[in-house]
Design a protein around this ligand. Structure first.
Ligand code: IMP
Ligand code: MG
Length: 184
């Protein structure tokens, strides 16, 4: 049976099982790389909250978790590149090892902005973990050290990603039917 949410989906891009396997693999790589260190996981709200909560269960080194919220001005499916912090980190990150956790890197503008702010605070190191990457849309170059999946230039929702704050609770990543956002 299709739920009301599922009937807005054109195609499932990544199944629940595929995501689960990839998240485990990423967590294991991170655990290996940070064996003798302690990490501050910085989640980018809101899209990354679901990925982050699954990912950290596969990280076997001591961590703390902090969040930033960033707003970007633009249309519903495009970011304009004008970004600002709407919720800052609660902890000091000076001298600490930072892992930024993002849902998706599209133009790269959000991440580029966040990286500048974080680097200015003199952490010991900064790396990026992103579940999804749309490389064809990139406007600024950003290094993604831990990448889940490269996806085509399609607007996706589910597993934390939204359209108009909806669909975050879908357990898979799917392509939204264009008529859902047409006219917005
Ligand atoms: P960027 O600044 O263009 O890289 O945009 C990054 C942010 O835009 C992500 O953190 C998402 O919140 C949002 N975004 C980009 N592409 C999508 C998409 O396909 N679905 C849902 N949100 C997206
Ligand atoms: Mg986001």
């Amino acid at each position: 049976m299709l739920t009301r949410l599922e009937s807005d989906i054109q195609e499932i891009l990544l199944s629940e099982e595929e995501i689960e396997a990839k998240v485990k693999e990423l967590g294991e790589r991170i655990s290996e790389d940070y064996q003798d260190r302690e990490l501050v996981i910085v989640g980018v709200l809101r899209g990354a909250f679901l990925f982050l909560s699954d990912l950290i269960r596969h990280i076997k080194v001591p961590i703390s978790v902090d969040f930033v919220a960033i707003s970007s001005y633009g249309g519903y499916t495009e970011s304009s590149g004008v970004v600002k912090i709407v919720k800052d980190l609660d902890e000091s990150i000076e001298g600490r090892h930072i892992l930024i956790v993002e849902d998706i890197v599209d133009t790269g503008l959000t991440l580029d902005y966040l990286l500048r702010i974080i680097r200015a605070r003199k952490p010991a190191s900064v790396k990026v973990c992103a579940l999804l990457d749309k490389p064809t849309r990139r406007q600024v170059e950003v290094d993604i050290h831990y990448k889940g999946f490269e996806i085509p230039d399609k607007f996706v929702v589910g597993y934390g990603l939204d359209f108009n704050q909806r669909y975050r609770n879908l357990p898979f990543v799917g392509v939204l039917k264009p008529d859902v956002y047409a006219g917005k």
